[in-house]
Design a protein. Structure first.
Length: 474
């Protein structure tokens, strides 16, 4: 009997070894991740960071003075702790590294005559979004790791010159634009959280990003900016109300609109509309107020004092858009493109109309985007304080572009730095010069990559929030 049992036991072992690999493979976990999944992951992380409302990451609605704080006003008092590190983590570790790996995996896929153009489009679209991510890092910090970044074997990358990075990004974007074939497919609809595989929309988004880059460098390199802007416009930019570069969100967590997470799901009441933006819009009788702000107060809108602790019930709340789970996370709107065109025309570039015409169209587009009408826009533009002023076009375009970017904190902050309009409020105990013009380098970087951080700080004139990015000229 014991012999029979032993034979059966040995037989069982032998039969198991025939399928050993199959039985010991976790079929619910992928041995390798598809490049398309990494692309989606990178895009979700990037758009989440750009659209959330956390003072630990996205302080830019506060730096642009769209939002004031209630109980804890540290961000509007420019007290900076972990936020720069969170941006390094989100962009280098979560977004750019996944993009880099996606590019490697997709480039190794075998192709034929039919699939080669699809692969080429995917790689070009990845490049466009890498440019957007790198540009964001430069716009926030100035000099950053670039040429030696994303290499796990080099924990101490050098910090490259911000302007040099920008010009490298311009070349990279031009190459990507030249390689996108809008007549061919790219990502499948479920592989692309932004444009659902619409290659033509990615081409328009790429040219719109190029137009934004052109206007960034216009004060430091007008000739190159002109060439870039006219080229972007000729090849096609976002041009209608239903065209925007945005991520669509759903009603079910964890894929809800990021600001909704901070305003609703958190169960907190940390933000109210800032008195800076409320006072300006009240003074202009701006038709966008009913979209930007809630009507929680009788008799009008009252912003919380910027830089101070404010009462949540006694000040105007942010509008319903930011309290809605399915609101889109917009990074480039049609109205922003129109304002970029107006700026180009004001500088003498060929943008398809006069600066005043394009300015009027930009303002009108913004009002329409937020539910207003053509009549609302016409009445608004007829006001003396809204009419285009050619003699002070930076003020006209700067203020109206800033107003239009209420949902886009990073670009609202960039607009103030570029135009020096509007005139912002100064928190108590500070001066106008204390309003940040960049983010300081993360503390972890100073600890782990100290020599390169020190060199970067010296190269830009000091690792200080008052130091200007190269395109932010006085």
């Amino acid at each position: 009997m014991k012999k029979i049992l032993a034979i059966l036991f040995i037989g069982t072992l032998l039969s198991c070894t025939d399928n050993f690999q199959d039985l010991n493979t976790d079929k619910k976990s992928l041995a390798s991740v598809p490049g398309e999944s990494l692309f989606n992951s990178a895009m979700e992380r990037f758009y989440h960071a750009l659209n959330n409302g956390s003072q630990n990451t996205n302080v830019f609605r506060m730096y642009a003075q769209y939002w004031s704080q209630t109980t804890y006003p540290e961000a509007t008092q420019y007290q900076i702790t972990t936020m720069p590190q969170n941006w390094f983590d989100r962009l280098y570790r979560d977004a750019l590294k996944d993009m880099d790996e996606a590019k490697k995996i997709i480039s190794l896929q075998e192709t034929n005559v039919e699939t080669a153009p699809i692969q080429k489009n995917k790689l070009a679209i990845i490049s466009v979004n890498e440019v957007h991510m790198w540009m964001t890092l430069v716009d926030f910090f100035g000099n950053v790791p670039y040429s030696q970044a994303l290499d796990f074997e080099n924990p101490n990358p050098v910090y490259d010159d911000a302007k040099t990075i920008y010009y490298s990004l311009i070349d990279k974007l031009d190459k990507a634009i030249s390689e996108i074939d809008a007549s061919k497919a790219s990502f499948a609809s479920n592989e692309d959280l932004v444009n659902q595989g619409n290659t033509e929309m990615w081409l328009k988004a790429a040219n719109s990003l190029k137009l934004r880059l052109a206007m960034r460098i216009a004060d430091t390199d007008a000739a190159k900016a002109k060439t870039m802007a006219e080229s972007a416009l000729a090849k096609g930019v976002l041009s209608s109300l239903d065209e925007e570069l945005s991520m669509e969100y759903v009603s079910a967590a964890p894929y809800t609109y990021p600001a909704y997470e901070d305003l609703v799901l958190s169960g907190r009441a940390d933000y109210v509309a800032s008195n800076t933006v409320v006072d300006i819009l009240n003074g202009l009788n701006d038709p966008r107020r009913s979209a930007y702000f809630d009507s929680n107060l009788p008799g009008g809108y009252k912003g919380g004092v910027y830089g101070s602790a404010n009462s949540f019930p006694n000040n105007t709340h942010i509008g319903a858009f930011w309290y809605t789970a399915t609101s889109p996370g917009v990074t480039i709107s049609c109205s922003e493109v129109e304002f970029l065109k107006a700026e180009g025309a004001a500088r003498g570039f060929n943008m398809g109309g006069t600066a005043e015409q394009l300015y009027n169209k930009a303002v009108t587009t913004s009002i329409l985007e937020w539910g207003g009408t053509e009549a609302d826009a016409a009445a608004y533009l007829a006001q003396a304080d809204v009419k285009y002023d050619a003699a002070n076009w930076k003020k006209s375009i700067g203020i109206q572009k800033w107003i239009s970017l209420f949902s886009n904190g990073p670009e609202g902050w960039a607009t103030w730095r570029l135009f020096d309009y509007p005139i912002l409020n100064v928190p108590e105990g500070l001066t106008y010069a204390d309003i940040p013009r960049r983010l300081p380098y993360p503390i972890n970087e100073a600890t782990l990559n100290g020599a390169n951080v020190k060199a970067a700080g010296a190269a830009i004139g000091g690792d200080d929030v008052k130091t200007r990015i190269f395109w932010d000229v006085k």
